[in-house]
Design a protein around this ligand. Structure first.
Ligand code: SF4
Ligand code: SF4
Length: 261
């Protein structure tokens, strides 16, 4: 059998975002050398102006869809990508910029910009999966570089990535961190937040604020009732659900329910 000597091509695309997730890839450093020996990093403008032509075997997409141009461009990226992986809260949940989804964009545009007629924007900031089929979503704001390397390696070898879908609480138990809600009465989103960070915040005595987005089967209504019992006001319950992952369905729905109270 003749085997192709062509290395698979990797492309990294940016939409509305802060670049933090692309930086996670650059931060991989030693792992990046290993990736580069297995793959051709063909398109990654954050790292190099040199670009190789598509189609690409794996596309990593950072950022949300927030302009009419984005909405067209993501379709073009999908067409030239065999596997498309979204990385980070912006690409998987609309990001901080999804806060606009709860208000009138037109009013903001008029108030913020001196010449609003030059600003083309959509009413909403939405995840990439709302526009094109996505093969895998990697959560986090920013993503974990360990999980990113696992995802790239999994798709290189034709298997599903081993990225957990359980909650941050499981990671607290695993590292022997006492529960900050039970032991200290500190409000924590850990029970409804997806694992991936190693439960960093509770390990330092503070509550999780949900940067990895909702876990697979969250129960935010129950957790917010617990938070109320700890003395958190309704307005703060809405605010805590509206951070990096405000556009994630479970957080969005519960924040709107609480707002309607
Ligand atoms: S998910 Fe967070 S870190 Fe990643 S690009 Fe968006 S704002 Fe930045
Ligand atoms: S906010 Fe939660 S998910 Fe984010 S790093 Fe802290 S513990 Fe982890």
């Amino acid at each position: 059998m003749v085997r192709s000597l062509r290395r698979p091509k990797l492309a990294v695309w940016k939409f509305a975002s802060c670049d933090g997730c692309q930086l996670s890839l650059l931060n991989c450093e030693e792992e990046l050398l290993a990736i580069a020996s297995q793959m051709e990093i063909a398109y990654f403008l954050e790292a190099s102006r040199a670009t190789g032509r598509g189609p690409y075997d794996i596309s990593l997409v950072e950022g949300s869809i927030s302009t009419p141009h984005d909405a067209e461009r993501i379709k073009a990226v999908r067409r030239i990508s065999r596997v498309l992986v979204t990385i980070g809260a912006c690409a998987t949940a609309g990001g901080i910029q999804a806060l606009r989804n709860f208000s009138q964009v037109e009013e903001w545009r008029r108030l913020v910009y001196a010449r609003p007629e030059y600003v083309q924007t959509l009413e909403t900031s939405t995840p990439v999966a709302a526009h094109v089929p996505v093969d895998f979503e990697l959560r986090g704001c920013p993503i974990s570089k360990t999980q990113l390397v696992e995802v790239i390696s999994a798709f290189l070898h034709g298997r599903r990535p081993a990225v957990p879908s359980h909650s941050v609480c499981m990671e607290c138990k695993r590292r022997g961190t006492p529960c900050v809600m039970v032991a200290r009465g500190t409000p924590c989103l850990g029970p409804i937040t997806q694992a991936g960070c190693g439960a960093i915040c509770p390990a330092y005595g503070r509550g999780c604020y949900g940067c990895y987005g909702p876990t697979e089967t969250p129960n935010p209504t129950s957790l917010m009732s617990w938070w109320k019992g700890l003395g958190v006001e309704d307005g703060d319950l809405v605010r805590v659900l509206r951070t990096f992952n405000a556009g994630a369905e479970a957080f969005r729905a519960e924040s709107e329910r609480r707002e309607a109270h």
